[in-house]
Design a protein around this ligand. Structure first.
Ligand SMILES: [Zn+2]
Length: 307
């Protein structure tokens, strides 16, 4: 609880301090924003916006960039628990051996249904993708556990309970999106908002409660970023970025956790892509490669396998 209050009342980190923290320098800045770079990575911040571009991938901050002491500045909590871990992730010993793949929906819960193409159901698509991701991770020596491997229903609390029972090292929930606007398209990756901060999509759901999943804010950010930067269309305008929402499977996670929205079944282009084996393999490979990169960056292999 003390941590939640600290996050809610945190101060601001000006761009020059942020850049030093990230091992970068301030390339340019004015009252509208700034560009930071280390010669390899480029980060662009815009005053008044929560949207940051890191190497042209979008990362949504939990609070908008402010202008403070003649410098653009980010909330301390965003600096410490979201941005800094992407450059210098917390590292522990012991290989990542267990990954839980949580195919959304199932059974009587079809999820969303494509209205623009073949009537593809989210529950079938995400199960297919989950199996592809699992095959890739298994071939690399990961032990994969599942919420479901067939068309069955599991409650939201049952999903996180399964991951806890199996003592997994990472939790990846896979879903597809749907919007009333048929033009909405692209991929979204979600992690839990920091305590006291709003979800990306709306300012309505602010919660000061430190959720179980908030214990893994830094690691979840690394996992989310490693997956999102590999996704098809990551450099396109359609990439909707690394976002934050209080989904139950993220709130109650007992390990680093992300929720991947692989595209909009309400959009003709996304729905067509997601019908093809070629595209599904690209998405599955991006998720599996992101998990592998997360494992490489956050664990050393000299310890005992984590149990
Ligand atoms: Zn869903």
């Amino acid at each position: 609880m003390a941590l939640a209050l600290a996050a809610a009342n945190s101060g601001a980190t000006p761009a020059d301090e942020l850049s030093a923290k990230l091992g970068m320098g301030v390339e340019s800045h004015d009252a509208k924003g700034c560009v930071l770079t280390n010669g390899t990575d480029i980060m662009c911040l815009s005053v008044g916006s929560r949207r940051v571009e890191l190497n042209r991938r979008t990362i949504w901050l939990n609070s908008p960039v402010a202008f403070d002491k003649e410098m653009p500045s980010v909330d301390d909590a965003d600096a410490e628990r979201l941005l800094a871990p992407l450059f210098d992730p917390p590292v522990s010993t012991g290989r990542i051996v267990r990954v839980h793949i949580d195919a959304g929906h199932g059974g009587e819960d079809a999820g969303c249904v494509s209205t623009t193409h073949t009537g593809m159901m989210e529950k079938d698509l995400v199960l297919d993708l989950s199996m592809r991701v699992a095959d890739l991770l298994s071939s690399r020596g990961c032990e994969v556990t599942f919420t479901r491997t067939n068309d069955t229903f599991t409650t939201l609390s049952g999903r996180t309970a399964l991951a806890l029972t199996n003592a997994v090292d990472a939790f990846v929930s896979i879903h597809a999106n749907f919007a009333s606007s048929k033009s909405a398209r692209g991929i979204e990756i979600y992690t839990l908002p920091l305590a006291g901060k709003p979800a990306t999509a709306s300012d309505a759901s602010v919660s000061n409660v430190e959720r179980k999943g908030n214990a893994f804010d830094a690691l979840s950010a690394v996992l989310g970023h490693e997956v999102q930067k590999r996704m098809p269309g990551a450099l396109d305008d359609e990439n909707r970025g690394l976002r934050h929402a209080r989904y139950q499977v993220l709130r109650d996670a007992s390990c680093p956790a992300i929720l991947v929205e692989v595209g909009f079944l309400s959009n003709k282009s996304d729905a067509l892509d997601l019908c093809s084996d070629w595209y599904k393999d690209r998405v599955a490979t991006a998720i599996a490669d992101g998990v592998s990169a997360f494992a490489d960056r956050t664990r050393t292999n000299d310890g005992q396998a984590s149990e």
